[in-house]
Design a protein around this ligand. Structure first.
Ligand code: E4P
Length: 217
């Protein structure tokens, strides 16, 4: 399973890229808005230059023609841009056109295996079940990931499943066990994956013992 970073924060993307962990980035309008007054195109191009893998950028239009125009424009900015299109009738129609133009898409705001299947059938490059938001309303969000993976495998559908709306490290283990191709992870959760109190204690103890040995020599 690959890990993408779910953020528009350039410093966080730089840091995670330096660690060598991430192979892509996902953004959405809320994540971009969180970064304040940034120039959208400049920020997207900077992200594309830091991470050579897929960078998901969301189209804001809600009707087919607008989605198509936006997707063509966004994807012309850099070869690694993936256009996020929300689940909707317009979204399905737009993706079925864009897939024929070889424009990469991420069928986003996916909350059921049926939606994921439809995305795959119209040729979406990725579908993104939002695990955490489903958990929030009392559903097992990871079941949508597992079902989509199973269905795509059964019918050799090339669409990849991105486990999205990840809230904690256990979501990532569950996504990997469910066979998700990708988990897109917020920066704080990525840091939580790395650190463990017993590791920190172990490192401190080894350093202490080593320094004592050195002093005795
Ligand atoms: C994924 O592509 C989305 O940007 C993201 O995972 C949504 O997560 P949220 O539910 O924490 O907003």
């Amino acid at each position: 399973m690959r890990i993408f970073l779910d953020t528009a924060n350039i410093e966080h993307i730089r840091h995670a890229a330096r660690l060598g962990i991430i192979s892509g980035v996902t953004t959405n309008p809320s994540l971009v808005a969180k970064e304040g007054a940034i120039d959208f195109k400049t920020a997207v191009l900077e992200i594309c230059s830091i991470v050579p893998g897929p960078i998901s950028v969301e189209a804001s239009s809600l009707e087919v023609q607008g989605m198509l125009e936006e997707a063509r424009r966004l994807s012309s900015w850099a070869p690694n841009i993936v256009v996020k299109i929300p689940v909707s009738e317009a979204g399905l129609e737009a993706i079925s056109v864009l897939s024929k133009e070889n424009i990469k898409t991420n069928f986003t705001l996916c909350f059921s295996a049926n939606q994921a299947l439809l995305g795959a059938l119209v040729g979406a490059t990725y579908v993104s079940p939002f695990v955490g938001r489903l958990d929030d309303v009392g559903h097992q969000g990871m079941e949508v990931v597992a079902d989509a993976v199973e269905i795509f495998k059964k019918y050799n559908l090339p669409t990849q499943v991105i486990a999205a709306s990840i809230r904690h490290p256990l979501h990532i283990i569950a996504a990997a066990k469910a066979g998700a191709h990708v988990a897109t992870v917020p920066y704080n959760v990525l840091m939580q994956m790395i650190h463990h109190p017993l590791t920190d204690i172990g490192i401190a103890r080894f350093a202490e013992d080593w320094n004592r040995v050195i002093k005795q020599r």
